[in-house]
Design a binder for this molecule. Sequence first.
Ligand SMILES: Nc1ncnc2c1ncn2[C@@H]1O[C@H](COP(=O)(O)OP(=O)(O)OP(=O)(O)O)[C@@H](O)[C@H]1O
Length: 250
Amino acid sequence: MLRLSNLTVLRGECPVVDSVSFDIDQGEVIGLIGPNGAGKTTLMRAALGLIKHSGTSSISSRPHKERGKLAAFMPQSREIAWPVPVETLVTLGRLPHLSLGAAPSETDRAAVSAALDALDLGGYRNRLSTELSGGEQARVLLARALAQDTPLVIADEPIAGLDPAHQIATMNAFENMAAEGRSVLVSIHDLGLAARHCTRLIVMDRGKLIADGAPLDVLTPDLLRDTFGITAFLTETADGLIFLPLQVTA
Ligand SMILES: Nc1ncnc2c1ncn2[C@@H]1O[C@H](COP(=O)(O)OP(=O)(O)OP(=O)(O)O)[C@@H](O)[C@H]1O
């Protein structure tokens, strides 16, 4: 799905992504976690070939035209500039599959409907995107990425600003994609949702990948103290992992 090898991004002389390597296999929901400024967004953009980098990404090394069929991206910025209906905006996700000037086919319309339903937006088709709340706009932009129907979705803080039900529903939508054999790389600050819904966590700190594994193995007291500066309660229950941040360490 994605292979990164020694991916490095420099800002001036300083590496903000520093020789990061990992692979994403089919059926994974990978939470990309780390403190503010750790390099998560920069890593995602470099992997997609949106910014200059050294090292290799199996997606950025492909021709531009092919990339839109390999990976969809939901950026962190939520600004929707055009006052177009929600359905029109989500249909833009189908552009990599359409030949120039072609109208959306039955398959395209089905993908748009599935994405709208997955994000609980069935009733919003005809609403103007610019007249939605911040959380609703975030769901529309994620629906556009899901409608692209790519093997890999890369989403930059997709649940920030969503209410609890829509946060869980969004993570469930990712899990459903993984069950179909697709994969998701999602940056996320809510470690509780990350622990419960991700199959694997990758931790970045100051540009470096410092941990990569199953949530229970990654979210150790040492890592939480050294990287996030917190203590937390973490336990395994019949209902999945429960993680609760407790205190800021001195
Ligand atoms: N255009 C830029 N020019 C210079 N430095 C930048 C630029 N964009 C990001 N940086 C720096 O690169 C580092 C990594 O930023 P990045 O946005 O990738 O972090 P992040 O882990 O996504 O953070 P957050 O959790 O706050 O979204 C930060 O120190 C940031 O200040």
